[in-house]
Design a binder for this molecule. Structure first.
Ligand SMILES: [Zn+2]
Ligand SMILES: [Zn+2]
Length: 255
């Protein structure tokens, strides 16, 4: 059984066939999906994500303000998230972090909002899901200044230095379809050196379809291809990778 540790299936990309997508995931052996609600914290995006999780036994939910939307985060947004995460189907605060590639929100605002959400998550005793892009040093610096945060580096695409620092801080490392890409040799080297008990797999769908589905809309069933790639890297069977990453997920979230 596989666990897709990071998916966005509440979005409009799946409005036409969401139930079929969930069915296909089950058919492929994906037993659990962590669906991550993003978007304007003042819209009904988080409520929609939570509703989906309530309709499906094997879909858990994370909600938080993505760095892209950091400029929309304020006291009212934080209050709303704190209230919504009381729902027992919500198991993580995220995704939060820094994205200096797109810079959709000013960097100083991203930094401030990242710190605020780390503190809030800690107060609520929830792990965080971290999104970091082209902001490695800043991300680590903030995590060191906010001790006792626990969480996942999702869609990991950094170098070994970042992986080592994340591991030292106690974080899990989740690989997406990027690790299957032809040009991702360096990332596969990183994946090889991540201890097996810290590995997770994800799709980050609808984006980043793994090979052989590149160019198509991604969906949770395709997480099997990420597991297949990691199995090759670690010289394990695909079933062993499925078991290990699922055990890691359950242990980490105390499910
Ligand atoms: Zn992300
Ligand atoms: Zn995401």
């Amino acid at each position: 059984m596989f666990i897709d540790s990071h998916a966005h299936i509440d979005g409009q990309e799946f409005d036409a066939d969401r139930e079929a997508v969930i069915e296909r995931a089950h058919g492929a052996g994906v037993s659990v999906i962590l669906n991550v609600g993003t978007g304007d914290p003042h819209s009904d995006a988080f409520e929609r994500a939570i509703a989906l999780g309530q309709q499906h036994e094997n879909i858990y939910t994370a909600i938080g303000t993505h760095p892209h939307d950091a400029r929309l985060y304020d006291d009212r947004a934080e209050e709303k998230i704190r209230e919504l995460i009381q729902n027992e189907r919500v198991i993580a605060w995220g995704e939060i972090g820094l994205d200096f590639h797109y810079d959709n929100s000013p960097r100083d605002v991203q930094v401030d909002v990242f710190k605020r959400q780390l503190r809030a998550a800690r107060e609520c005793e929830l792990p965080v899901v971290i999104h970091t892009r082209e902001a490695e040093a800043e991300t680590i610096e903030i995590l060191k200044s906010e001790p006792e945060s626990r969480g996942i580096f999702h869609c990991f695409s950094g170098n070994m230095d970042l992986a080592e620092k994340a591991l030292e801080l106690g974080f899990m490392i989740s690989f997406s379809g990027i690790v299957t890409f032809k040009k991702a040799e360096e990332l596969r080297e990183v994946a090889k050196r991540v201890p097996l008990d810290r590995l997770l797999i994800e799709t980050d769908c609808p984006y980043l379809s793994p090979i052989p589905y590149r160019g198509k809309r991604n969906e949770p069933a395709f997480v099997v291809e990420v597991a297949r790639c990691l199995a090759g890297i670690h010289d394990l069977s695909i079933d062993e990778v499925a078991q290990q990453t699922s055990d890691n997920f359950s242990r980490f979230f105390r499910l």
